[in-house]
Design a binder for this molecule. Structure first.
Ligand SMILES: [Zn+2]
Length: 310
């Protein structure tokens, strides 16, 4: 069995975003607090007791409070969180690590490109290396998630490069024609599998495009989490919220012939779940035409706290 809890479904900033008064955020601030969503992350467990986070969102403290499975269980100091797997170095994927100081042993798994962000930003040294291990992840090489005492969990992870972009704060403006300095390893997809019973799913919540190879890899999968940042590429510009297209930000849109809904149409994926949904995206709103369109195509937008069991 594999349990996956959606800790947050929103993109960077969350819904509502602290300084935003767009239609979606306005609704979430006031009349419809149920719309509120925290920044994207999931928790994974094979036994229901020990949990591994996929990314550590800045909302992690509240996400732990909201999910009793992640509360301390016994002793004076304890956490069911045994590790964090990082798929990229964006603020919304790594800033939550700072909540995990206070000398609890766990392991951070990440590609060296992402671990270098932690090395080069000394604030992450609050994660005392005597307790918190940093384990480099090799691409396309299966590894098993381990408990802090080294015990095997049976959860196997294969990390592989997916289209994406270097984090905004690392963009090299002199390399605008070459992905702003993006390198292999900056954005990972994850295939997560329970070795003991074969249950498995894919986490592609930062993936910027569906290549033929990626389609082949995920075809027929029982569950895929995929990047749902924008409904359409020019959404931020149209709404007056920004000057960048989705492509420029390293995201594929949900809609359109080149969008993710179209790309997954014939892949036979059983459960298709959007994560990392920007607060500008009309599909956030239950009952909106955009939400109805994605639901008709077999997709879901999960509420924070939704649990999948495979
Ligand atoms: Zn907004």
């Amino acid at each position: 069995m594999i349990h996956v809890i959606v800790l947050g479904s929103a993109a960077g900033g969350g819904l509502p975003q602290w300084n935003c008064n767009c239609a979606n955020c306005r609704a979430a601030w006031a009349e419809h607090p149920a719309l509120r969503a925290s920044q994207a992350s999931v928790a994974v467990s094979a036994d229901g007791d020990n949990w591994f986070l996929i990314n550590a969102a800045p909302d992690l403290r509240q996400q732990i409070i909201d999910n009793p499975r992640l509360h301390p269980k016994h002793g004076l100091r304890h956490s069911p969180i045994a590790g964090v797997v990082l798929t990229n170095g964006d603020v919304d994927a790594v800033a939550g690590l700072l909540h995990l100081r206070e000398t609890w042993p766990f392991t951070i798994y990440g590609h060296d490109r992402i671990l270098s962000v932690l090395r080069e930003n000394s604030i992450f040294n609050v994660l005392d290396p005597a307790f918190v291990k940093r384990q480099p992840v090799e691409l396309e090489t299966a590894f098993e998630l381990k408990l802090p005492d080294g015990e095997a969990t049976g959860i196997e992870v294969v990390a592989f490069p997916v289209p994406g972009k270097v984090p905004l704060y690392l963009e090299d403006m002199s390399a605008a024609d070459h992905g702003f300095g993006t390198e292999v390893g900056d954005t990972l997809g994850l295939h997560i599998r329970n070795r003991r019973n074969g249950a498995h799913f894919f986490y592609l919540a930062a993936c910027a495009d569906m290549t033929p190879a990626l389609k082949e890899r995920v075809a027929g999968a029982p569950l895929v989490f995929f990047d749902g940042t924008l409904w359409r590429d020019d959404e931020m510009i149209e709404a007056g919220l920004g000057t960048k297209t989705g492509k420029r930000m390293g995201h594929i849109s949900m809609s359109g012939d080149a969008g993710s809904i179209a790309a997954f149409r014939d892949l036979g994926v059983d459960r298709k779940v959007f994560l990392h949904i920007n607060n500008s995206n009309p599909a956030h709103i239950p009952g909106s035409p955009e939400r109805a369109t994605l639901e008709r195509a077999g997709w879901t937008v999960p509420a924070d706290g939704t649990e999948f069991v495979l």
